[in-house]
Ligand binder design. Structure first.
Ligand SMILES: NC(=O)c1ccc[n+]([C@@H]2O[C@H](COP(=O)([O-])OP(=O)(O)OC[C@H]3O[C@@H](n4cnc5c(N)ncnc54)[C@H](O)[C@@H]3O)[C@@H](O)[C@H]2O)c1
Ligand SMILES: [Zn+2]
Ligand SMILES: [Zn+2]
Length: 404
């Protein structure tokens, strides 16, 4: 049986490549596996040989020790792979198919899945609605930053690429379909972006850059990206975004310089609960982004909030933050009739359309997020560089499929 190397969380700041079991069609006990999921049969699953699997800001929350993730939890929810085995209940996928896997695990049978709310499937995580591979409190499905990974409810979850050779040529773009491209796009859609919109995206990490890309694809007139990281702002400017340097203070004044007023139609939070305050050297202030988006989004507008907020944060700045409570100026949002969309992106709502946009050269998501392929063994370096603010999206290449 083939060996299976995987990237595991060890302790705050540390990931390591470890040897794990080759998957079978059963969820076995292991670090972070919910007891109620141990022994769960997965005849509807496929085993994938991983083609590409990306490091995400969501992984970093765990790796920074900001969650209750246990040591040896195998990471990786952004998975693209080749089917090497199909369970007995799989009908429509075949060995050799190349597929993108939404990071949400969804059963395809529950009320929420039937309503395309696959980010809050009711049947895959015994703790709460919603699940993902390789993530704390998500049921314990083993992560895909590995040579091989099990994907449950595979007929429902997998998006098959129409042509294998073409897919491998565009793999650095297509690998973004498992999370950040749909997630950023969802942020833009739920912020109400359409033709002619003015948009502010907080955060120039990969999700922010994907949201900006999504906003441009949706026809926004002006997309402004704010961050305190100069390299990441340069990356945003490289594909036509305006930028706001938040080391100089809040975004309103700089937005006014760009648009003639300190207001945008649409606001996107691509930062989440580890947000820093505005101004040079500001420390963590978890409500900063939400409060400033309420200030600068025009009355009647909408906030798309893909940035992650948690129910518990061992490293929270104060007692309230440790329980996931933030000091929000909700009155501002209420007075302006703003609407809010939070939560996991239901990837399946968007991944096929965005795949078509990639395959037909309508969008260059890999270039916009500065995607970089590295080997699985190099994952610890990738995590460290990404954590230090590199303006790159790291794509792991565990089985050598990626040639460029
Ligand atoms: N909802 C979903 O389905 C989903 C999916 C993927 C990622 N996420 C979340 O999206 C967020 C972004 O992910 P990422 O991979 O781009 O992470 P990242 O950590 O690389 O990027 C976050 C960026 O925000 C910047 N930042 C910090 N404070 C800021 C502020 N006040 N204003 C503007 N920028 C600020 C940081 O400098 C950094 O560049 C994370 O919270 C991640 O967990 C959510
Ligand atoms: Zn992700
Ligand atoms: Zn479901």
């Amino acid at each position: 049986m083939a060996g299976n190397n995987a990237v595991a969380y060890k302790s705050p700041g540390k990931v390591e490549v470890i040897d794990i079991d080759y998957p079978t069609f059963e969820l076995k006990d292991g670090p972070g596996v919910n007891p109620a999921n141990v022994g769960r049969k997965v005849p509807h699953g496929v085993i994938l040989k991983t083609v590409a699997t990306n490091i995400c800001g969501s992984d970093q929350h765990m790796v920074r020790g900001r969650t209750t993730a246990p040591p040896d939890l195998v990471l990786g929810h952004e998975i693209t792979g080749e089917v090497v085995e199909t369970g007995p209940d799989v009908e429509f996928l075949q060995v050799g198919d190349l597929v993108s896997v939404p990071f949400n695990i969804a059963c395809g049978r529950c009320r929420n899945c039937k309503e395309r709310k696959t980010g809050i499937c009711l049947n895959v995580n015994p703790d709460r609605p919603g699940s993902a591979y390789g993530y704390v409190d998500m049921g314990g499905w083993v992560g895909g930053q590995a040579n091989y990974v099990l994907v449950p409810y595979a007929d429902f979850n997998c998006l098959k690429f129409p042509d294998k050779d073409q897919a491998l040529e565009k793999i650095m773009d297509l690998t973004m379909l498992s999370d950040i491209f749909p997630t950023g796009f969802h942020g833009a859609v739920t912020a109400g972006v359409g033709v002619g919109s003015t948009v502010y995206v907080a955060g120039a990490g990969p999700v922010g850059l994907a949201a900006a890309t999504g906003a441009l694809l949706l026809g926004a007139a002006v997309v402004i990206v704010g961050d305190m990281n100069a390299d990441r702002l340069k990356q945003a400017a490289s594909f036509g975004c305006e930028t706001v340097d938040l080391t100089q203070g809040g975004p309103a004044e700089q937005i006014e310089q760009i648009l003639g007023e300190p207001l945008v139609d649409c606001g996107v939070d691509a930062v989440g609960f580890e947000a820093k305050g505005h101004g040079a050297g500001a420390s963590e202030a978890p409500a900063t982004v939400l409060n400033s988006l309420m200030d600068i989004t025009a009355a009647g507008g909408a906030l798309g909030i893909p940035g992650l907020y948690v129910t518990g944060d061992p490293g929270g700045v104060d007692e309230a933050a440790k329980k996931g409570s933030l000091s929000l100026s909700l009155g501002t949002g209420w007075a302006k009739s703003l609407s809010f969309t939070t939560g996991q992106c239901p990837v399946m709502k968007y991944n096929r359309q965005l795949m078509m946009a990639i395959l037909h050269d309508r969008v260059s998501i890999a270039k916009n997020v500065n995607a970089k392929a590295i080997s699985l063994e190099d994952a610890p370096r990738g995590y460290a560089e990404f954590d230090s603010g590199a303006a790159s999206k790291y794509v792991l290449n565990p089985n050598g499929y990626i040639k460029n």
